[in-house]
Design a protein around this ligand. Structure first.
Ligand code: ZN
Length: 204
């Protein structure tokens, strides 16, 4: 007998054509769009991450234009990080691989949070910064879907932030991982899923 069913059906996943969020209380969180994940010469390059760059740029530009905050997370590992045993060396502190890709370089006034694990809240000042800024809603984009994106989105929801995931601005390693991410996000964490074109910010 097989360990798993050969064909696993994807359950219905709620989708919002339009999501409108209050600019003053919303931050776009750009997860780990660093050379090691999103540049062809990166140590853990994923094509889907690179492909998501234009959609991420679109979301970020719209947020800035409306006055919403933009927060970047940056995977940032020391010499003997235990994650290297799992993934090999990547995002080493201060390296080219750890830099955010040129096309999405942070602007003056954006927040950049260096993170230790998949969950960008773990051991970082992210929650503190968001609360100081009066942020209640997070729009999550970036990579990798079922790893740092999902752990960060879930951790945000557990802290009572509203979470919106922009499905065409997320890099997944394969379609199963993308589906699993959207399922967890909507079913477990009660987040919303939309696409870049459906997202807008209310400036008032
Ligand atoms: Zn890492």
């Amino acid at each position: 007998m097989a360990h798993l069913e050969a064909n696993v059906a994807v359950p219905e996943i709620p989708f919002d054509e339009r999501v409108r969020l209050p600019a003053a209380r919303t931050a776009v969180v750009v997860v780990d769009m660093q050379n090691d994940f999103a540049h062809p010469r990166g140590a853990l390059f994923g094509e889907e991450a690179e492909r998501a760059i234009p959609r991420i740029a679109e979301v970020v530009e719209r947020a800035r234009a409306a006055g919403a905050r933009v927060v970047y997370t940056q995977d940032w590992h020391g010499e003997d990080d235990p994650e290297f045993a799992v993934w090999g060396e990547h995002a080493r502190a201060g390296s080219w691989g750890a830099e955010i890709v040129d096309a999405l370089a942070p602007h003056e006034g954006d927040e950049v949070i260096r993170k230790l694990r998949y969950d960008a809240f773990y051991g970082t000042p992210l929650d503190h910064r968001l609360r100081v800024l009066g942020i209640e809603e997070l729009v999550i984009v970036g990579t990798v879907a079922n790893i740092c994106v999902l752990h960060t989105a879930g951790s945000a929801a557990l802290r009572h932030y509203g979470v919106t995931l922009v499905e065409d601005a997320v890099g997944a390693l394969d379609p199963f991982d993308q589906a699993a991410t959207l399922r967890q996000l909507t079913f477990l964490y009660r987040g919303r899923v939309t696409r870049a074109e459906g997202l807008s910010f209310d400036a008032s």
